[in-house]
Design a protein around this ligand. Structure first.
Ligand code: UDP
Ligand code: MG
Length: 321
């Protein structure tokens, strides 16, 4: 039977907080009085998460555990969960209770009444976090908005989606995805719902600053080719500047005034060298993305669907993308 609602939760090293989360989530889902399932994707956790999931699924029949062979990252875990989900509407949320399950009934109502096919959980304010983290996030959203025109400020991965949206998302062939940006890009009828995120109850954020920076660069490059065009613009600017300076230098030479200017030459060399390398870096970033996409490696590998029927290595549901 197709459940009315699926809740997909990517989980990585959340053994401590998971029982509370599942208790709160099922309580709220039961309040809706519709059939539901909770797809828990263990993204290769190194703590007791998988044992906790197995234990929980004996008391919560709504749980559908999916285990990835190793840690593939949140985006991959999320895709694996969406692929396993069957609901007519699908909610995606974090396992750390930063996304309050109490928002789900309102999300569901907006979808059920046909107001929206996508309901975005948007932060009314940001949770407590370090200054660097906050500044990096602000910089990222600004760049993303300038380059791709998608305003993602305070958007989160807490969303409800119609089955049609989930299918459209899963049909995207890209390997390296940015869920938060791709869903608005699909363009389905959407509504924002504001919520105040809780601070993490247990553990710490899995994101390091370099990790966030990598993700940010990937997201920007996958939504816009403006950085590449900026390289061309830079080239045109330097061509014009070199014409002016070339003429100036020739005039000085023929009027016999070309004497000093050694410092200028050094500074110009250093500056040009840096600009060239920076431009090469931008081009390299896009080539790296092409490289990762053309390999067509699977986004993740599923280890077993649940504890009762472990999938042997090489079995057919192994390389689901
Ligand atoms: N997560 C995951 N795989 C990872 C890292 C995180 O599935 O490699 C899950 C994590 O368990 C949580 C969600 O993704 O449910 C968000 O992670 P986190 O709270 O660390 O991120 P933040 O809230 O700081 O953005
Ligand atoms: Mg979190």
């Amino acid at each position: 039977m197709i459940p009315e609602l699926s809740v997909v939760v990517p989980v990585f090293n959340e053994a401590r907080g998971l029982p509370d989360m599942i208790r709160e989530l099922t309580q709220i889902a039961k309040g809706l009085a519709v059939s539901f399932e909770i797809v828990l994707v263990d993204d290769g956790s190194r703590d007791e998460t998988w044992q906790v999931i197995q234990f929980l699924s004996s008391s919560y029949p709504e749980l559908m555990p999916v285990r990835l062979i190793r840690n593939f990252g949140k985006e991959a875990a999320l895709t694996a969960g969406l692929k396993a989900s069957r609901g007519k509407a699908v909610v995606v949320m974090d396992a750390d209770l930063q996304h309050p399950p109490s928002l789900i009934p309102e999300m569901y109502r907006l979808w059920k009444t046909g107001v929206a096919q996508v309901v975005n959980g948007v932060k009314a304010r940001r949770q407590e976090e370090g200054k660097i983290h906050r500044a990096a996030a602000a910089g990222f959203y600004l760049m993303m908005n300038l380059m791709s025109g998608v305003d993602l400020k305070n958007h989160t991965d807490f969303k409800l989606m119609d089955r049609q949206v989930v299918d459209a998302y899963l049909a995207i062939p890209e390997n390296r995805r940015f869920f938060r940006g791709l869903i608005p890009w699909l363009g389905f009828l959407s509504r924002d719902l504001h919520f105040v995120p809780n601070n993490r109850e247990t553990g710490t954020s899995r994101w390091s600053v370099p990790g966030l920076a990598r993700m940010g660069i990937m997201a920007i490059c996958s939504f816009s080719s403006l950085p590449l065009q900026a390289v061309t613009l830079l080239g045109i600017f330097f061509l014009l500047a070199s014409l002016v300076m070339g003429i100036h230098t020739l005039v000085l030479k023929f009027t016999g005034q070309a004497v000093e200017g050694f410092a200028t030459v050094i500074l110009l060399l250093l500056f040009m060298g840096s600009v060239l390398m920076f431009s090469l870096g931008i081009i390299g970033q896009y080539i790296a993305m092409i490289y990762h996409e053309v390999k067509r490696r699977p986004m993740y590998l599923v280890s077993s669907r649940d504890d009762k029927s472990p999938t042997p290595t090489g079995a057919k549901n192994h390389s689901i993308r």
